[in-house]
Write a protein that binds this ligand. Sequence first.
Ligand code: HEM
Length: 481
Amino acid sequence: NNPAVIPTNWPILHMFPSFVANLHNLQDYFTLVLAGSGHNFRAHGPPGTGMRFFVTCDPANIRHIFTTNYTNFPKGAEFAAIFDIMGGSIFTIDGEPARRQRAKIKGVLSSPRLVARMEACCRNKVENSLLPLFAHMASTDTSFNMQELMSRFMFDMAATPLFDVDPGLLSWDMPPMDAAVAMDTVMEVALFQVMMPASCWRLIRWLNMGPERKLKAAHTVLCAFVMEMMDRRKVNTCRVGNDEEQEGIDILSSFLNDPNYDDDDLLCAMIISYMLAARDTVGATLTWIFYNLAQHPKVVSIIRKELSPIASRKVADGVDSMVIFEPNETKSLVYLRAVLYETLRLHPAAPLKRKVVAADDIMPSGREVHAGDTIFISLHSMGRMEGIWGKDCLNYNPDRWLSEDGNKLRYVPSHKFLAFNSGPRMCLGKDIAVMQMKTVIASTLWNFDVEVMEGQSIQAKPSCILEMKNGLMVKLKKREM
Ligand code: HEM
């Protein structure tokens, strides 16, 4: 253990000042402290605030929290209060209600018809919107913010199968993206709330000050977005007709036709939580993939080698002779999947998980936790621990995911690679996310060279989603083939 990195225990305020001082850079701060403290540390805030934290990135503890003794570590009532805009939706609930809602969502998201629609939606969006836009940027030698473009792309990709209406954020005139910005606000303010004593942010909320005022405005924008999309959906449904072919064609229909979800507020909360789950995570990860690949041209060459047999079977046609990779063509590509996982290891889209302790317990690492304690699980730190990933843990190396012969993926348990969560609350959209990311990365890398502009400051944004604070400026060059 390295005592120099353990937060200073001040009189009265205890470790609270260290957390506040490092809030802008919380993920790196936790990594430093967890590396110096043997993967676990305890912290507490001023008396009366109820702030008693156990911070961990130890896989044995994670297995205990997420699987073995999972019912003792709910998200808790405070988490639900922080994310009240999603109140009643799967992201804020525990126990039996969560189990029931999860079963429903799982059924909807695994319907072969919906999966086929989502695949077609992704493929068509890449062909008709993303690649033409990229080709335009390349031909005019224009630099642009890749993070913003991925955010627009994923907003449309999340909303289209949900409402059966494309909001059209990814278009040449770059329309305002108020709802997407409002989602970012929800995630940024939530990080602040998660680290503050509840009494503190509740007072700020009551006074309608600073971040809480921003949050309230974001709630208004998001509710207006949901209403607008519901209206557009109604018009769309009337236009298309309501024959059997069309019924249940979007995700929302499955809930509108179910009496258990006959509550406008609950439906609105579920729509917003679905948009946050499906957009932010994939959008942020795609941006980090492009960033990592720009630093590792050899990895790009290996991806292109893996794509080459598929590309050579196709006749390059269409506008600017670009090759599109179909979701079913990239499904079995092992190296491309390793690239996605390696990015998520170092840049997990949801970098910090929060749980509470229901009853006193002892962690596999030997530490006691007490009822009411808050547990922070730092996914960001997990990927950066020598004790977990070896001496080269900070290197970007997709090969670590491959078997000896390079033909298969190595098995890595989810309590070691937590990016998609672990145990009974695993991510329900993993396969969809992988399909979307593979389609975008394959089609972009085959047709373009991506250059990250020099002199940028690449930093993580303080938020519950690991986006880049200043975006990612890039330039594209069309590849000659
Ligand atoms: C790179 C992409 C993604 C990552 C890293 C990711 C990660 C996660 C994580 C960490 C959780 C647990 C959240 C929590 O318990 O608070 C989760 C849950 C969930 N994800 Fe994903 N996700 C991704 C994409 C998606 C997509 C595209 C969808 C939908 C199509 C989706 C749907 C869900 C749902 C419905 C849950 C709730 C499961 C539950 O609480 O039981 N995710 N995801």
